[in-house]
Write a protein that binds this ligand. Sequence first.
Ligand code: DGJ
Length: 542
Amino acid sequence: MLYFLKKRFFLLFVLFIQFGFSQEKIPSLQKKGNRIQLIVNGKPFIIRGGELGNSSATTMEIMEPIWSKLTDMNLNTVLTPIYWELIEKEEGKFDFSLVDDLIVRARNENLKLVFLWFGSWKNSMSSHAPEWVKLNQKKYPRIKDDKGKSHEILTPFSENNLTADLNAFQKLMKHIKDFDQKQQTVIMIQVENEIGMLPTARDYCSLANEAFQKEIPAELLKYLQQNKDKLVPEFLEIWKKNGFKTKGNWEEVFGKGIQTDEIFMAWYFSAFTNKVAKSGKNIYPLPMFVNAALNAPEKKPGEYPSAGPLPHLMDVWKAGGSSIDFLSPDFYNPNFKHWNDLFTRQGDPLFIPEHRFDTSAPFKGLYAIGHYEAIGFSPFSIESVTDAKKEPLGKIYELVQQLTPIIEANKGQGRIDGVLLDKENQSQIIQLGNYEFTFKHDYTLNWSDGAKEAVWPMTSAIIIEIAPDEFYISGSGIVVTFKLLKNKELNAGILKTDQGIFENGVWKTIRHFNGDQTHQGRHVRIAVDDYEIQKVKLYSYE
Ligand code: DGJ
């Protein structure tokens, strides 16, 4: 009897060892209040990211001197391409050695990875398709422009194209699962890269022409009807102008013109990409997203990479499938707030996989994490840094690293905000808890020579309410004053301001700020070039 009991326990133990680990929840997205958190190894995670230049991850030799730069800048995640042409050089023969090397090396540096699937599309083009795809145009057809000329863009209308991409992606996900599920180094996947149609707003290959004449897919019409009151206004307007039709082909429902051509393409790009994502998720359901090359507003569909996951097409992209978890903006143009507002207007999480690695990037990153409660930020060509140890991005990321538990504990509750300031936008007002905060650029004090310069450095801050009168304010280059929101005849004053750090999640005061540091109690300040966290307690007096 005892023998059988022991044997049963032993079997249970073996089963636990075998399956217990793999039961640990893999990286996922989770709703908290009105926001979304990224959960990694069971804990909320903010991506302090950097994306590698396009060709850096093609050999480990090139990568070797890069790793220390990444850790010197306090990154916790690297965004790196996985190139279809390199993992499936010959049809059906897969080589994942580069993938494994990247994972192992990232683990050594305590870094996570977001893989960018450079499959069928990379910046509109299909440059990363393997030779056997490129050389067999008959089997793997390209898009055609309105003159009937082919371009090096695989058409999304071909089943062969879909199967080839989907099969490679599925193999990749299976490999990641087998190799990494236990340690979860790979935390998210970008499916394709900056999908877009050029040089015309739609594809004119024979398969596309055929699809264009067909009735609009029922799934799209169903989505439109079910979400009529939530559709983005630009898109709703097109549907409305044509009489909210719920039957007919593309031109019958949306009218004739390049806007309709773009909607048509967006649907097929989305359906294709969602099918690829779904095939991968069926095996290993990591969070998956797509990124967009933002369109210059003065350009028309066909003149910019059209039909990608852009804000005016977000309903079409969402209707095309639910395997893509969110759409992300890549920033190489101005109007940071404008575009982020558009991407988040339907309550989706914000993740910025690419931002030009310029002097404004660190400050915009902190602002995004504060104001939009973003799940992460990542400048592009991260390895191009000249002096990683001195790079402001590293200093901002260090603040974010320390603040992550506090940010995530307060996420989605209306207790976090951010400001982004420069010479053109010198001040910003925030209402949080019982107070109205006026954040100004540090140079508005006129205390430093820099204030006389024609251009002021961009600065930013995050503010987190942790108790009714208590806040963390962190960032660089800001000066803050306070007012009471309700009882306006009372004054608001600083009861206590401490500068400190979080050590293993525990707050440690370094300096008690008073005297000159708070202008004798008049303001909270973090000078330009300083990077601090301050814990501020306010009070009111008559
Ligand atoms: C956006 C793309 O997504 C990146 O891969 C890269 O090509 C940059 N543009 C520009 O270098």
